[in-house]
Design a protein around this ligand. Structure first.
Ligand SMILES: C[S@@+](CC[C@H](N)C(=O)[O-])C[C@H]1O[C@@H](n2cnc3c(N)ncnc32)[C@H](O)[C@@H]1O
Length: 309
């Protein structure tokens, strides 16, 4: 199988191909090989830029090998898309939980996956949200603060926040997700706080409500939206904010060292946007530049657009 798939890499130097075949034959990179493996991707990216191989051929190589050799890994889940789309609640939750297969023959692939900048940035979303909520609570006496969570996915971030707060919850969450299975997963995780956490299955582009919110949060959704849909959804969400409310939208930034690896190893394609592009889309959405700023989590990979009315 491996030999058959390697024909996709036939235009690359034999030594370069032998390296990756060796890693695959040995069931994935050991910890001390992570650097060499990443350099392999970096060198392959250069070959793509030089026109020596098509990006699609690299992706095809990995797709075939992943399906055949390690479908039950983090990368296998992303490639197989069992829920029909990339970035489903299950893979995001596995990223949060640092899920590693117990199968010795595939464990190393999961460890390599989790070591990358992009999954680290995803994990940082939780603390970014929690830190923002702490800051917001410190600025007001109002309790509870009402938060609208768009594209809530596994709701692991919500659960961990609630677990950290005994007694009356200081923040109430209205979680919206399009995927019924994501909603069921989130409901199960947050079942202990029925007053504070509610779920609605809806497409956020059509979602309407009578409520107005102190906070609107959406991470891991806008980087799948074209500029047109980005602006449309941002405008809709701004209308759901209270006068002194704040909205935060996450979007992977253009400085993502894992980008080529994501796009070829696992074909997880996001619309990466720079700080300037996010500010420009906010402006197109009718927001005053003075009420907008862009920040990032500590990895510097996941950017966050903050906006007020
Ligand atoms: C990558 S996950 C992010 C989950 C969560 N926000 C997080 O950061 O952990 C994206 C979620 O958005 C949901 N989603 C995608 N398009 C949507 C839409 N148009 N309306 C509502 N939810 C959507 C998906 O079902 C998925 O659960």
């Amino acid at each position: 199988m491996l030999n058959a798939s390697s024909h996709h890499l036939a235009s690359l130097p034999a030594e370069h191909v032998r390296f990756i075949e060796g890693i695959i034959t040995r069931h994935g990179p050991e910890l001390h090989e992570h650097g060499a493996m990443t350099r392999w991707f970096d060198r392959t990216a250069e070959y793509v830029r030089e026109g020596r191989i098509a990006r699609a051929a690299v992706a095809e190589f990995w797709r075939e090998v992943t399906h055949a050799c390690f479908p039950d890994t983090m990368q296998g889940h992303v490639v197989r898309k069992p829920h029909g789309y990339a970035g489903d609640f299950e893979i995001i939750d596995r990223i949060y939980l640092n899920h590693v297969s117990e199968d010795e023959n595939v464990r190393r692939w999961d460890e390599y996956f989790h070591a990358q900048h992009a999954p680290r940035a995803v994990r940082n979303r939780k603390s970014y949200l929690h830190d923002w909520l702490h800051r917001k609570l410190a600025q007001t006496e109002k309790r509870p603060l009402r938060l609208l969570n768009i594209g809530s996915g596994p709701a692991r971030d919500v659960r961990e926040w609630c677990e950290q707060h005994e007694g009356p919850q200081p923040v109430h969450f209205d979680c919206v997700d399009m995927d019924a299975k994501a909603i069921a997963h989130g409901q199960a995780l947050c079942a202990a706080w029925p007053e504070a956490v509610r779920f609605t299955q809806a497409n956020s582009l059509r979602f309407t409500t009578e409520h107005r919110y102190d906070l609107v949060w959406s991470a891991g959704l806008f980087d799948y939206l074209s500029d047109g849909l980005f602006v449309r959804l941002l405008k809709r969400l701004m209308r759901l904010l209270d006068a002194d409310g704040e909205l935060v939208i996450g979007n992977f930034g253009t400085e993502n060292p894992t980008r080529f690896l994501m796009e070829t190893w696992i074909e997880w394609v996001l619309l990466h946007r720079s700080e300037q592009e996010l500010a420009r889309l906010a402006e197109i959405s009718g927001l005053d530049g003075r009420s907008v700023h862009v920040d990032s989590e500590v990895e510097g990979v996941n950017l966050f657009l903050h906006a007020r009315l």
